[in-house]
Design a protein around this ligand. Structure first.
Ligand code: 0A1
Ligand code: ZN
Length: 826
């Protein structure tokens, strides 16, 4: 059976809500196999004379009353319509839901030790009938009832106002003083342990599964640092006396910023040295800061509609990035951001799901929590920061809050505040929000008589306003590009300069400049912008892989050798990490994944051979002694040491990796060694994988690493192994983290996923179809791995198309997957 094509929702059709809800009194009674939800809404007409329409999804409606009487109403699967209503009234509904059977993990659902909610974007309608859109803000009072022994912890947004016991059950009532959109509603009834702490006069709580309190400390530290940072850098304080983080193992995304009651994926909370890597520690820091930052950028000022999602997400990612830059190394942070942007957002912007930072239409909003809305959205905020400078940007933030605190607003409102506070004209800049695609800057330079002319041509028409940070000789400027073609003159030069262009990656664009190899080597060694030093190395490596089958020049090898003597290990590790196959594939006319993989590996092997001494020396020199600490300096040393191990692995030094694996006292070193072995066909490989599983089979997050490292292996047997793992007790298709670890890691394994026989495509289609019936949101995310299928040869294209069609024709295809697949096939 084919479902009808989902309908498209357009930004231009936005109208203000016909009704507002001033107050919600919610009573959620959680029973053995269902829950009863009573909702009392204070409703008031806002505009027009139309009927009241409430959203609902998988709700069984037991009763409705309006001002105490049963009204005439109509109901479909997704709407409850009451035609005849006064201008102000009380509406009460009673609904029955089945959180125990909720595999979509949206609305109220069961997790290991109890029940939690996820309401963004449209999950509240799976709890009760409501005007479920972000511009309807209400005051919530929530009462939760559940079994006292099984679910001792009851939580909702706001302050606990009363509680009590009823035989073997108990209840608690919460009042949230802040009006909020329904997507920020949260409720928890579970068996959890709690870590308590204080920041100034604020009480902080981190709730984790019993037995895991020893893994909650880092998240608490992160929270306190984020609070302090937001006060210092943005002048923003927490508006609550109490702030809670709850970690659960079943969660579709990373975390959720519900007012005062954040719910997190355990992956972004739990950490101790033996189980979490440096990257995990850093990700936890960033996600905790991100959700905390949302309290102002998202919760105090929220989105008018979901097209404005980047208003809160782009801005909050920018804030968490700045937190990262102020906490760790600014240059290395920037390099990592750009790497991620290029590996995932650039392809998105060039593929079938390309959309502006503010999309103009969608079929399913869940599909628009994208790299474009989040990461490119952050770049768009960062460009405003670059154009205005820190002081005027902060003045813009203050004006934004002064004007819009407590409101649901648009991206335009944000830009307007930035413009009005700074006096910088941002009219042309707004195009960044509305036009998809990555701009290309084609630059050339002319040198004559001490004068250098930089010519810049941009691909966007009408042109974008692009902050272009450059340094020519000693002259450093941020050029404001506004025209299709422009020239800039730099004077008083002694000789032809090597321009340092797009410093710090001042705009999310593709930059072309006819650099010679010597010029790039010069920048790689000497640019005073660390980002551009890295960038020059990446450009050289890319051209060696794409144009020279991976055979580097002597000069490149020597440049890599000198890099290994650099003072900053974290930077060196980034600089000697070759560009990813996914990113390089974007630069090929027709992608040949096997050749690409072979060339990239050839370069790795050559570097390993040439620099064996240096890699060995650096491997020894960067050993970190003493107790594990995730600080930037120690993590940087481990990153470089493990980079060296990876190169030495290319020379067949598996014994070294195995030795590290056995001796490691922290997960960073254990995992790096295991990843190295997983890529080598060597006797130690299976021994290490088996030992790892035996040791960690009781820790779900560590088991995820074990799944992921096998799915990411470059060895030819990887797909067969991944198929076996589907049936392993370590895997569970109902748990998103397991799917991400196994299925997503495999789909990101460029050479194996794009195998010429189509086995990778068939595997992924099988998983998308299986997931579609359980968790459409996760299914749709997995389906995105087909995005770039048209860039491959005829044979691969035919195979991918067949699989996409097989998904399209599957029974009861969800809106989520239908949107992704129909766009991919279009
Ligand atoms: N707003 C949350 C994450 C989130 C992502 C996707 C969602 O539904 C499709 C909901 C929430 C954040 O930015 O942390
Ligand atoms: Zn967010």
């Amino acid at each position: 059976m084919r479902e009808p094509q989902p309908k498209t929702i357009h930004l231009k059709d936005y109208t203000p809500p016909a009704f507002r809800v001033d107050a919600v009194d919610l009573d959620v009674d959680i029973r053995e196999d269902h829950a009863l939800v009573r909702a009392k809404l204070q409703v008031r007409r806002n505009s027009g004379s139309g009927p009241l329409v409430l959203n609902g999804d998988e709700l069984r409606l037991l009763s409705v009353s309006l001002n105490g009487r049963r009204p005439g109403y109509e109901r479909t699967a997704e709407a409850l319509t009451i035609a005849d209503v006064p201008d102000a009234f009380t509406l009460e509904t009673l609904s029955r839901i089945e959180p125990q059977k909720n595999t979509k993990l949206e609305g109220l659902y069961a997790t290991k030790n109890g029940f939690v909610t996820q309401c963004e974007a449209e999950g509240f309608r799976r709890i009760t009938w409501f005007i479920d859109r972000p511009d309807v803000m209400a005051r919530y009072t929530t009462t939760v009832h559940a079994d006292r022994k099984k679910y001792p912890v009851l939580l909702s947004n706001g302050n606990l106002v009363s509680s009590g016991d009823e035989n073997e059950r108990h209840w608690a009532r919460f009042e949230d003083p802040f009006p909020k959109p329904s997507y920020l509603f949260a409720l928890v009834a579970a068996n959890l342990e709690v870590l308590k702490d204080k920041y100034k006069d604020k009480s902080l709580f981190v709730y984790v599964e019993p037995g895991k309190l020893d893994q909650a400390g880092w998240a608490m530290d992160c929270l306190k640092r984020a609070m302090q940072w937001d006060e210092r850098r943005f002048g923003l304080e927490l508006d609550l006396d109490e702030y809670r983080i709850v970690a659960v193992g079943d969660f579709n995304s990373g975390a959720m910023e519900n007012k005062g009651l954040n719910i997190f994926n355990t992956k972004y909370v739990l950490a101790r040295a033996e189980t979490a890597t440096d990257t995990d520690y850093m990700n936890i820091d960033r996600v905790v800061a991100h959700e905390y930052c949302h309290n102002w950028t998202g919760n105090r000022v929220t989105c008018r509609d979901w097209f404005q999602l980047s208003l809160k997400e782009g801005l909050t990612v920018f804030r968490d990035q700045e937190y990262g830059a102020d906490t760790y190394s600014r240059a290395v942070t920037r390099i990592q951001e750009v790497r991620a942007l290029r590996a995932a957002q650039f392809p998105e912007d060039a593929g079938p799901m390309a959309h502006p930072v503010r999309p103009q239409s969608y079929m399913e909003i869940r599909n628009f929590y994208t790299m474009t809305v989040y990461e490119k959205g952050a770049e768009v905020v960062r460009m405003q920061h670059t154009l205005l400078g820190e002081d005027r940007f902060q003045a813009g933030m203050r004006l934004y809050f002064k004007r819009h605190d407590g409101q649901a607003v648009t991206c335009d409102d944000f830009v307007q505040a930035m413009q009005d506070a700074s006096g910088v004209d941002l009219a042309q800049f707004r195009r960044w929000y509305d036009v998809a695609g990555t701009p290309v800057l084609d630059c050339t330079g002319d040198y004559k008589n001490g004068k250098f002319t930089l010519n810049v041509k941009q691909s966007m028409n009408p042109p974008f306003h692009i902050p272009f940070a450059v340094k020519v000789g000693a002259d450093e400027r941020v050029l404001s590009l506004k025209k299709p073609e422009e020239s800039f003159v730099f004077e008083n030069l002694q000789s032809k300069p090597v321009p340092s262009l797009l410093r710090r990656f001042s705009a999310p664009v593709i930059l072309n400049y006819p650099y010679t190899e010597d010029e790039l080597l010069h920048l790689m060694a000497r640019d005073d912008d660390a980002f551009n030093r890295w960038e020059a190395g990446q450009r050289l490596a890319a051209s060696i892989i794409l144009e020279k089958n991976g055979a580097p020049s002597r000069a490149f090898v020597e440049a890599a050798r000198s890099l290994l003597a650099d003072r900053d290990p974290a930077f060196v590790a980034e600089a000697l990490t070759l560009p990813s196959e996914t990113f390089l594939a974007e630069q090929m006319k027709l992608v040949d994944p096997d050749r690409l993989h072979a060339s990239r590996n050839a370069l790795r092997v050559l570097l390993a051979k040439e620099l064996k001494e240096e890699f060995s020396r650096s491997y020894k020199a960067n050993q970190v002694s003493g107790a594990y600490s995730p600080d930037a300096a120690s993590a940087g040393k481990r990153a470089l040491r493990n980079l060296c191990l990876g190169y030495l692995g290319e020379l067949g030094m598996s014994a070294l990796a195995y030795e590290q694996f056995r001796r490691a006292d922290n997960m960073t070193d254990a995992m790096a060694a295991l990843a190295c072995l997983a890529n080598l066909d060597c006797p130690e490989r299976q021994a290490a994988l088996d030992a790892f599983y035996e040791k960690w089979k009781g820790e779900p997050l560590v088991v995820d690493k074990w799944l992921a490292v096998q799915a990411a292996s470059r060895l030819p047997g990887t797909l067969a192994r991944v198929r076996e793992l589907l049936a392993h007790p370590a895997f569970d298709i109902k748990v998103p983290n397991k799917v991400y670890a196994l299925v997503r890691s495999f789909a990101a394994n460029h050479v194996r996923f794009h195998a010429a026989d189509g086995g990778g495509y068939a595997f992924l289609a099988d998983q998308v179809i299986a997931l579609n019936a359980l968790n459409p949101q996760v299914a749709a995310r997995m389906a995105r791995s087909f995005d770039r299928w048209k860039r491959f040869d005829e044979q691969r294209k035919a195979l991918a198309k067949r699989e996409l069609e097989r998904i399209r024709d599957a029974d009861r295809l969800s809106k989520d997957v239908a949107e992704i697949v129909s766009k991919a096939l279009a």
